[in-house]
Write a new protein. Structure first.
Length: 240
């Protein structure tokens, strides 16, 4: 389906929004199937589409608003952490090479030594973040840095999905309750619940389990670290 949106918006914002409203679309589709399968499918799709377009922007805002909390929990931005001398994620020799090349890229701002970093951690982080700003400005070419772009999408998708976790859980609970009441009513009246009832309940139950167990800050950090590693690796491709 053509949406007119770029690849990042479709994957990092639109898809999390769709997963949030999917239980609503399924519930509406089940209700529609009682009258007409075609009508129910169309109603569910239209509902999902309308809400999703609206939520794509809301998801972006909520994800951006909650991102500072993640960085605080992690002890800083992943890229900044990896540039610190005491971090173990990067090979020390690789980090030393990155520092050397960054010093060449920004000769007016030499990166701190391990002792200087320990003496003034905030000032050191400010220098690391300035280097990252430079990297971001030099790696905007999606074709040249395709792998970096894909890692950015992965991180954006996970961050936004985690940010919408409370909403996703609430929607799943309410739609499950609604479908359970509907199915119970049908059983009491002697009607056999449609297979769509059971299918929708199963899908929403799986989604609820997924929201509760899988969508965590640690899950987001895996993608954040992958993106940070890929971004720092572009240092080898840049020239002063």
């Amino acid at each position: 389906m053509k949406t007119g949106l770029d690849e990042y918006t479709r994957n990092a914002r639109l898809k999390p929004a769709f997963l949030v409203v999917l239980p609503i679309a399924l519930t509406i589709a089940v209700l529609g199937f009682k009258q007409s399968a075609t009508e129910g499918t169309l109603l569910g799709l239209l509902s999902s589409l309308g809400f999703t377009f609206l939520l794509s922007q809301i998801v972006r805002d909520i994800g951006s608003a909650k991102q500072p909390w993640l960085f605080q929990e992690w002890g800083g931005k992943p890229t900044t952490i990896m540039l610190r001398h005491g971090d173990k994620r990067l090979n020390p020799l690789t980090r030393a090479r990155y520092h050397q090349k960054l010093n060449a890229l920004i000769p007016e701002m030499q990166l701190p030594s391990a002792a200087q970093e320990k003496e003034s951690p905030e000032h050191s982080d400010a220098k690391y973040e300035s280097c990252v700003d430079l990297l971001l400005s030099r790696t905007r070419d999606k074709e040249r840095f395709q792998l970096l772009f894909q890692e950015n999408i992965n991180y954006g998708f996970r961050r936004n999905l985690w940010a919408m976790r409370p909403t996703g859980i609430i929607i799943c609970i309410f739609t499950l309750a609604a479908l359970a009441v509907l199915t119970r009513t049908e059983l009491k009246t002697g009607a056999v619940p449609w297979p769509t009832n059971l299918m929708a309940i199963s899908i929403i139950a799986v989604l609820l389990t997924w929201w509760v167990i899988r969508i965590t800050p640690q899950w987001v950090r895996l993608a954040a670290d992958s993106y940070a590693t890929r971004l720092l690796s572009t240092i080898d491709d840049l020239q002063g």
